[in-house]
Ligand binder design. Structure first.
Ligand code: FEO
Length: 386
């Protein structure tokens, strides 16, 4: 365990071997499951717990510390933070779980925890630990409906659970590096971006509290919370960059040529073109590029009368992550027939960017079609003057 300040201990664990989160996002460093002990004069509280994989070692650490746990605060029931609650309740038979009503339902459903051991807390409710007070702040939809923050009032420390998280294992305390900012951005893009409007609301709340420390449940603790707050302020702002992602997949080179030529045409129009070879680019890179891009162009060959299924996967990713995309277009090469955009169009049900007329080319990009690619670049450029 690591002492963060007098009577506040870190008892989380790094999972450096883990390579995928939610079976979608690559996490090259792995991640951490953060858990904190807050010691009071009368009671000791544990804030968030542990992923099942590490429960035995986690329980050994707690038992070895000799600290009696009286309160288990569950800010959010997802099993990466709640997996140790059954073991804790067994080890400390007097302990109570403090969480929102929805979290209590989830704890029962995911972990079989008896509601007899649970205190459902209202927004603003407090728990007196003796000389220290925990205030529970409901924060639904960052990122589950059950989520809350816990504020340690006397110290002005804010435990934000997944909000402000990062898949970062290079230290318990934030080093405010560009590398950390990128890791936090990847985390934001997958976990929080679909709830951007809620992020704005809770960001304002955090800024009003002006905590001395922000202690999330993944990644480092922020001793300078303005670092992560400023990043969130930027990512959640309504504005988009003069930037377009060109996500391409190519079987024999035509769709790749179209993607690269379109990139040059857009750059010539002062639009940043982010070329993403779908086969080589991981989901996290695409998700991060979506955070502030104005548009996305899919360049794909026709495969059995439809766009290449890898391009449809990227379209679905762009749909569910709900970025600020204003427009999209589909282009590519075909041999005999089919519909190059229908399967991609069908993806955009949650995110609803405007469709810009694309371009289909029979075989290679030659002659008149090259001129049409320039016209597509013009149509895209027009989107920035509207
Ligand atoms: Fe890290 Fe939503 O759990």
């Amino acid at each position: 365990m690591t002492e963060i300040s007098d009577g506040v201990l870190y008892c989380g664990r790094a999972d450096k071997e883990r390579r995928l989160f939610d079976q979608i996002m690559p996490i090259p460093q792995g991640t951490t499951y953060n858990s904190y002990i807050v010691k009071g004069e009368k009671k000791n509280a544990l804030i968030d717990t542990m992923y099942a994989k590490f429960v035995d070692a986690y329980m050994d650490d707690i038992v070895a510390s000799g600290i009696r746990i009286d309160a288990v605060v569950s800010n959010h029931a997802e099993p990466d933070h709640s997996g140790a609650i059954p073991s804790l309740l067994e080890k400390f038979p007097e302990a109570r779980v403090y969480c929102t009503k929805k979290c209590a339902e989830n704890l029962r459903n995911f972990l079989g925890i008896s509601l007899d051991r649970v205190e459902e807390v209202s927004d603003g409710q407090t728990l007196d630990l003796g000389g220290r007070t925990l205030e529970f702040i409901h924060a639904p939809w960052v990122h589950w409906p059950d989520t809350m923050f816990t504020h340690l009032r006397e110290d002005n420390f804010l435990f934000t659970c997944d909000f402000f998280g990062a898949h970062w294992t290079k230290g318990i305390i934030a080093d405010n590096s560009t590398e950390l900012a990128e890791a936090a951005k990847g985390y934001y893009a997958e976990i929080m971006m679909p709830f951007r409007n809620f992020c704005v609301k809770y960001l304002e709340k955090v800024e009003r509290l002006s905590p001395k420390l922000v202690l999330p449940s993944h990644g480092p603790i922020y001793k300078d919370p303005s670092f992560i707050c400023n990043l969130y302020s930027d990512w959640t702002s309504p504005s988009v960059a003069r930037k377009v992602i060109i996500a391409y997949v190519s079987m024999y080179g035509s769709s790749e040529t179209m993607a690269k030529e379109l990139a040059e045409l857009l750059e010539a129009r002062n639009i940043r073109a982010v070329l993403a070879d779908i086969i080589e680019t991981d989901e996290c890179s695409i998700a991060k590029a979506l955070v502030d891009s104005a548009g996305i162009v899919f360049s794909t060959p026709m495969v059995l009368a439809s766009p290449h299924p890898k391009s449809v996967y990227v379209a679905e990713l762009a749909n569910i992550l709900r970025p600020k995309l204003k427009f999209y277009s589909v282009m590519g090469s075909f041999g005999w027939g089919g519909n190059l955009s229908a399967a991609i169009d069908a993806c955009f049900t949650l995110t609803k960017p405007k469709k810009i007329e694309g371009l289909t080319v029979k075989g290679l990009l030659l002659g008149e079609d090259r001129k049409k690619l320039g016209e597509l670049a013009d149509r895209i450029a027009e989107q920035f003057s509207e």
